[in-house]
Ligand binder design. Structure first.
Ligand code: FEO
Length: 170
């Protein structure tokens, strides 16, 4: 198969998904350390989703007879200023992922790579949900407060959240 820009772009995108997986794992540990089990569980689920996203792209490349490249992952922090700052970091990470997915989609269009476009369309919908989720949690924290009983309420809410319903859809 000739070299295609879309394959390079997808390989680069794997890095972002793995960075998100690692960062969310660190965030989950911070919540564990700070006695917020609901948020710890929620963020562990988010981390698992990011690994599933990386694997989805890796499988696409394998199916297209392209060798995936596994990147070096930069260290993840387990030190944060506040709960709100963690969800703001999550939103920023999701916005970076969205920009990369949209860039991949544009390249797939330019190269008329229909399988890549089809695969990326799932991610485009997913990113709308991921950004909306992070924004809604920041909004709940703004209402309830970043400490005390209000924060415990948001922790309980997030602890009840089911894993992403359509994560395993084709
Ligand atoms: Fe895989 Fe949350 O972006």
């Amino acid at each position: 198969m000739p070299d295609k820009k879309i394959h390079d772009a997808l390989n680069e995108h794997i890095t972002l998904e793995l960075h998100a997986w690692y960062a969310y794992t660190g965030m989950s540990l911070w919540f564990e350390i700070h006695d917020l089990p609901g948020m710890a569980s929620f963020m562990k689920q988010q981390a698992d989703e990011e690994m599933a996203h990386a694997n989805r792209i890796i499988q696409h490349l394998l199916d297209r007879d392209v060798h995936p490249v596994l990147p070096t992952i930069k260290p993840a922090s387990v030190e944060y200023e506040s709960v709100k700052s963690i969800f703001e970091s999550m939103l920023a990470a999701e916005q970076k992922v969205t920009a990369s997915i949209e860039n991949c989609y544009r390249i797939a269009e330019q190269e008329d790579d229909q399988p890549a476009r089809l695969m990326l369309e799932w991610f485009i919908g997913e990113q709308v949900e991921e950004e909306a989720l992070a924004r809604s949690i920041i909004g709940r924290i703004n209402l309830a407060g970043d400490t005390g009983p209000g924060l415990l309420l948001v922790d309980q809410e997030l602890g009840k959240r089911e894993p992403h319903a359509h994560e395993n859809e084709a």
